[in-house]
Design a protein. Sequence first.
Length: 314
Amino acid sequence: MIPPLIKDAVMYANLLVLLSTGFTLTYLTAKIPNFAHATFAGIGIYVTFTVLRIWKLNPYIAAPLAFMMGAGLGAFLYVVVIGTLKKYGATLVSLTISTLAIEIIVLAIINIYADYVRNTMGLISRMFMFRYADFEFMDLPGVLIVSTALAGLLILGFHLILTKTKFGISMRATIEDTALASVLGVNVELVSTISWFLTGGLAGLAGSLLPLWLQGSPLTGERILISVMASSILGGISSIYGAILGGYLIGLTEVLATVALMDTLGAWVSAYRLLIPLTVMAMVLLKAPRGFVGIIEGIQARGLSLRSIVRLKR
């Protein structure tokens, strides 16, 4: 029997993997951090709320709907907002600020919807949890099974796309050198748009699963952004595989360390849970700014240097 704490940690880590992978990919294609990314998860949360509490349907029906809404918003943000600003010569700072503006707008829309539902239908539209609506299989909550399967499919899918398909090769070329990829005939804008479409969908999908185990509210997506950024930075902001590893490490550490500190110092520690990913992020930026990618490359470089020295001595 798996302890409830481990279930919490793994489920949360699975959702962070879905979100951090998307955050990293949008950064790689547009060269800016998308601060609205985690707020897309808030859309998924309220899609699930609508499907379950208003339409009275199975909550898992919300998953494809949330994916499409998040994907559409991601593509809109890149094509309409970032694309338009690029045409007018906006700097990377201006583009980054534009994602903050989108985050504020989306958050406001979610809050308006939550208030509308509460005032017109009398439903609790903030601080809700839908564990009662989930299924169980072999003493495991359905959301744990589904999120683990989705994380596994994400890892396998990205690996196959990046290594076995023409689109993946085009994406890798765009990430490495946008100008050179364009000269070689790669439709850079199409690749970037599809990337933002996919990552927005992943964020919405992660959000749709969240209230089945954790507490949902309009601010949930905004609060989880810190953990998402910490995961991407720990993995190396330039590596999708690193983001996957970082998502699992931050997710497991955040949950397990918080509980351990609560047992030691008291329940008041839970209010400062976000200090854990913040501390990790600060330490990585100070000691290893390129995360796991930089560490691995450094080890490889030292290995090559040692082999060169050995050869010279021979």
